[in-house]
Design a protein around this ligand. Structure first.
Ligand code: ADP
Ligand code: MG
Length: 742
């Protein structure tokens, strides 16, 4: 037997397979004459959108549905029956056979349970049926979804309810089509068990508080304020053949070891580089699928690391954007397989290589109010009044982030993001806000009182506030190291992890800003009722809040050690790992915030904290189990085999009375194998200690402290071994192969 064959042969055959791959061709939609359709001709064709509703519903039903969507109220059953009928006809025309309530339990992804449209009529004949109540509500067997103690097993019932603000859509798979009804997921007693309910509640309260603030400054025509969200999704693509030989990628989504390749991202040649043709073919198919689902994907490009890419849509209302991000992740995963890729959405699939984030671009838009319709509240305007409003909204965001930085940090905590945050190449674990030079200058001079006095008009002119839009437009300074950065007319929450649902981070963001706006409205009201002019009061308040929230603002390098020290001086929390971050969810201020804003009851918030802690523990335990198996059944055997060969050669030389050039390597290998075995034992001990702990919180802490350190040490040994063992003995696809062969 050639010795390498059982070791590296699988790896080598994967490489051969990959080299024979071609970009996958697929059919773009055409009309009958074969003319390729424009995107605008098939965009949203798999959604029951406004257009379809208008066309297929009686006028008064359409209007009632429309106002239900606008007001967020429950649909009455009579209308629901008519709507369901129209949806059914539309779906059947498309060859749809099943329907499901599509919801977002707290697993980070989506859940669905399919039912066929079939039913019996009175004469035992099969017909297609879909009723209003089936559209509005469903009762999935909810006992298997995480609830964090919200549901005891004897009351396992939960129900899902249609969220009409997100369009119904048809999901196509190879041999079938399913009608998906975006839904919220509640316990039998009405407690939120999912990601969407809280998000929708937070959107409502933000709208209310923003409108009150706007009314206080004289803008009373606005009927709704809605948070907008544009989600940049980063991901890696790795060939399926490699993934099949990496148990760690299969089980945990990241490599638990792997030596660094000689070339990484240091040449900076990948970012915005030309897209490899196999990848380009994949991206086009992803976009086609997403367009049909009505997801407005706009941007695609290579990211910083080799084999890392990004896709970003045009922003939409936050709850629709959240649904669309879930669809994007799902389509990325599904279509990747067709192209013989695996889409890795993990925050850190490869140590030492750039990680993946999900930059959540967030702002607020005005709805109703005539000329202001669709206007962005974080867009400086043409008049001093609009710009004073802008500053007021801006300091509301500062206030919210300053007061609840810990909770925002908790909202992005996950086992995957732990490898990114604070790891010197991603946003730090310290939440701070970056505003950019120009805006900082303006706030600084307001703070210094350079433009005070009762003549606000003059003051505003003096500050250059009237020139804000031009100033900000021309000024595109960026800070990639900031977790939360102002980028001209929106904030970019960059610290969100690539695999996470944006729902909870955005829920928290909406809520903290809603609370801050309520406080600011109150303070403004007091100033104005004490006789000060409106504009003077605004300016004074902007000054006060700027001073109060100064600690949260940071313009420098977020990756630097100095910032860690400086942040500590300022009293900002530095919550490096998930367990400590998640504990913030149970803090008194988080509880009172969520309760006061009506977004989550205390029980709902605490249950969310449990769910996340539990998930953290489970993810780490899976990693530990995987690394144990890989070390025992792949790495050590490879080492032993190579050791056997070298030892045989050394012995043969000795017998022949000649020098053995292998002797050094054999010695080194021996030492490495012994140290690997020792570290493997150490991990085992730490693991059993975790098993003996009572609570999930204790387990999480122990995993994040001892176990993860032991895993890292074990990894180091494996990586050293990889560098010593002959290439054709190494069974696992190497970093250089996974990242560079395409
Ligand atoms: P950048 O200059 O940061 O590259 P882009 O215009 O490419 O900005 O936007 C990045 C993301 O931010 C996109 O998804 C975009 O739709 C989104 N975005 C732009 N404006 C807003 C807004 N007002 N609210 C929310 N997201 C926005
Ligand atoms: Mg990016």
């Amino acid at each position: 037997m050639a010795n390498g064959e059982w070791g590296a042969s699988a790896r080598f055959s994967a490489i051969r397979d990959i080299q024979g791959r071609n970009p996958r061709k697929f059919a773009f939609p055409t009309d009958e004459s074969g003319r390729p359709l424009r995107i605008s001709e098939y965009f949203g064709q798999n959604t029951f959108n406004l257009d379809q509703m208008k066309r297929r519903l009686p006028k008064e039903v359409f209007q009632k549905l429309q106002s239900t969507i606008d007001s967020g109220k429950k649909l009455d059953l009579e209308i629901a029956n008519t709507v369901a009928q129209a949806i059914k006809e539309w779906a059947l025309e498309r060859g749809v056979t099943h329907f499901c309530h599509w919801f977002q339990p707290q697993t980070g992804s989506t859940a669905e349970k399919h039912d066929a449209f079939i039913s019996f009529d009175g004469q035992h004949r099969v017909i297609e049926k879909f009723s209003g109540s089936q559209l509005i509500q469903s009762e999935p067997d909810a006992s298997s979804f995480p609830s964090g103690g919200m549901r005891t097993t004897f009351e396992a019932r939960g129900y899902t309810a249609w969220d009409p603000s997100s369009p119904v859509f048809v999901m196509e798979s190879t041999n079938g089509k399913t009608l998906c009804i975006p839904s919220v997921f509640l316990s039998y007693h009405g407690d939120s068990l999912d990601e969407k309910t809280a998000l929708i509640r937070s959107m409502e309260v933000l709208s209310e508080r923003a409108r009150e603030l706007l009314r206080q400054i004289g803008d009373s025509a606005v009927s709704r304020v809605t948070p907008t969200l544009g989600v940049e999704q980063e991901y890696f693509l790795v060939d399926r053949a490699f993934v099949a030989h990496r148990p760690d990628l299969m089980m945990t989504g990241r490599t638990l070891f792997g030596g660094q390749p000689p070339k990484g991202q240091q040449l900076e040649d990948h970012y915005f580089g030309s897209i490899p043709s196999r990848v380009q073919a994949f991206m086009s198919e992803v976009e086609l699928e997403l367009y049909k689902l009505g997801v407005p994907v706009k941007t695609r490009h290579n990211e910083v690391a080799p084999s890392q890419f990004e896709t970003a849509p045009i922003f939409e209302e936050a709850n629709v954007a959240v649904d669309h991000n879930q669809l994007t992740m799902e389509v990325l995963r599904k279509v990747a397989l067709r192209h013989q890729f695996h889409a890795l959405l993990h925050e850190k699939p490869f140590a030492g290589v750039n990680g993946s984030g999900k930059h959540c671009n967030w702002s607020m838009s005005l709805i109703g109010g005539g000329s202001d319709d669709g206007e962005n509240l974080l867009e400086p305007g043409r008049t001093p009044h609009q710009n004073l409003r802008f500053l007021l909204v801006l300091v509301s965001v500062l206030r919210g982030v300053h007061k609840h930085g810990g909770l925002l940090r908790a909202s992005i905590a996950s086992s995957g993001n732990d490898h990114r945050l604070g790891a010197n190449e991603a946003p730090p674990a310290i939440i701070s806000v970056f505003l950019g030079e120009q805006l900082t200058k303006i706030l600084d001079s307001i703070e210094r009182g350079e433009a005070s006095g009762s003549n606000t008009e003059a003051a505003v002119l003096k500050l250059g506030v009237n020139k804000l839009p031009e100033v900000l437009k021309d000024n595109t300074d960026r800070n990639r190291t900031s977790p939360f950065a102002f980028t001209g007319n929106k904030f970019e929450f960059r610290a969100v992890g690539s695999s996470a649902s944006p729902a909870f981070p955005v829920t928290v963001l909406n809520t903290v800003v809603a609370e801050a706006m309520a406080e600011i409205t109150d303070r403004l009201r007091k100033k104005m009722s004490s006789g000060k002019s409106r504009d003077e009061s605004i300016l004074e308040l902007v000054r006060e809040v700027t001073t109060e929230t100064k600690a949260i603002r940071f313009e420098g390098n977020g990756y630097s050690e100095e910032w860690v020290k400086e942040a500590a001086k300022r009293g900002l929390p530095n919550l490096r790992k998930s367990p400590e971050a998640l504990a913030q969810m149970a803090s008194a201020s988080s509880k009172s915030l969520m309760k006061a804003m009506g977004v989550l009851t205390e029980a709902e918030l605490v249950s969310r904290c449990h769910v996340r802690t539990e998930r953290y523990v489970k993810n780490l335990l899976i990693e530990v189990d995987t690394i144990r198996q890989m070390v025992d059944t792949q790495v050590l055997p490879a080492g032993f085999a190579y050791h056997g060969i070298l030892a045989g050669q050394v012995a043969a030389c000795k017998n022949a009375g000649i020098d053995s050039p292998q002797a050094d390597t054999l010695q080194k290998l021996c030492a490495l194998l012994n140290s690997l075995k020792f570290k493997r034992e150490e991990l085992e001990i730490a693991y059993h200690q975790v098993e003996s702990l009572e609570s999930e919180e204790e387990k999480a802490l122990a995993l994040s402290q001892t176990v993860s350190v032991r895993m890292q040490e074990l990894r180091k040994s494996c990586d050293e071994l990889e560098a010593v063992i002959a290439d054709d003995f190494w069974p696992l696809p190497k970093y250089r192969e996974m990242l560079f062969i395409s």
